[in-house]
Design a protein around this ligand. Structure first.
Ligand SMILES: [Zn+2]
Length: 314
């Protein structure tokens, strides 16, 4: 089955950010790195957040949008008669879990035609090399994250010298640009560059047909300022603060019914899944939660920027 990828332009803005918990969890890379053949100290593995690797039942969120990630590292499968799109491959050890989730839902691995990511950090993209081998899918990455992906993290603006942040270098088949649309069968996804957390951080949006309604789904890439990020006078990323500001403008402009993100923690995955299991068919419809989350993260960014402007180091 051939995939059809049609780039196009739509109006929009862009921007995105990091995960609050990222720095705290950065050593969790150890598990994945070990599996990939990167030797890491045993002590790092002890810090691995169990929610990153603990499976949870895969489920249909709405329409053709499915959850196939772990309890915190979110992966999404968007299905179509022309093949499927996978968003986020997670840790280098995650493909086994993601594959099992896809198959449990009744879909097949060779039908995955396109692989996308939220951003170029190992907890969302380290499994991509393995998934490309498994599926033969095309790997499409936002322009400003391509170098990081193809270098296995060695060109990251903040973590370049940190070996615990590395992941298998993976060839990108095509670079995406802000507001580009990807079409596969009847599915259209829009890539919003929401930079700051990484230079090519991407928030994905799509319309999901559920019953008689069309719902706007937003998969937030990351609006978080990681510990140690230098927001001013940063030679590795001079426009970082402007990018974060633009990200929040973009996120505020996106219509959102179904609030999702790169980590389950952004949008209360576990709590909402429990509600869904209890029969609440609209558990993931949460426009208010989306607005609150964005406002909270913007406030955190602005507070950190003000702190650094007073001379405190990043
Ligand atoms: Zn990240």
């Amino acid at each position: 089955m051939s995939s059809r990828i049609i780039p196009s332009r739509t109006p929009a803005s862009d921007r995105q950010s990091p995960e609050n918990s990222f720095d705290r969890r950065r050593f969790l890379t150890a598990l994945g790195a070990t599996a990939a053949g990167f030797a890491l100290p045993r002590t790092l593995r002890a810090d691995l957040d169990p929610d990153w690797t603990t499976p949870m039942p895969p489920f249909r969120i709405a329409g053709n949008l499915h959850y196939v990630g772990s309890r915190d590292l979110a992966s999404y499968l968007i299905t179509s008669p022309r093949g499927h799109i996978l968003i986020n491959t997670n840790l280098v050890t995650s493909p086994t879990q993601i594959r099992a989730s896809i198959e449990k839902l009744g879909f097949t691995i060779p039908q995955v035609k396109i692989i996308l990511i939220s951003h170029g950090h190992y907890d969302h993209c380290a499994g991509s090399a393995e998934f490309k081998k498994l599926t033969g899918a095309k790997y499409l990455v936002m322009d400003a994250d391509v170098s990081v992906i193809e270098s296995g993290g060695k060109t990251d603006f903040h973590y370049a010298s940190d070996p615990t942040m590395r992941f298998p270098a993976t060839k990108v088949d095509r670079a995406l640009h802000d507001n580009e649309q990807i079409t596969l069968g009847t599915t259209v996804m829009t890539a919003h560059k929401t930079a700051g957390h990484t230079k090519g951080c991407t928030t994905w949006t799509m319309t999901v047909a559920e019953g008689r309604k069309n719902l706007n789904a937003v998969i937030v890439g990351s609006p978080n300022v990681n510990t140690g990020y230098k927001l001013i006078d940063n030679p590795q990323y001079p426009q970082i603060a402007a990018d974060f500001t633009r990200q929040f403008q973009t996120l505020q402009s996106l219509p959102c019914d179904i609030f999702l993100g790169a980590h389950g923690g952004y949008f209360g995955l576990i709590e909402k899944f429990a509600k869904k299991q209890a029969g609440d068919t609209t558990a993931f419809v949460d426009p208010t939660g989306y607005k609150s989350y964005i406002a909270d993260r913007q406030q955190a960014f602005e507070a950190e920027l003000a702190r650094q402007q007073k001379g405190h180091p990043g």
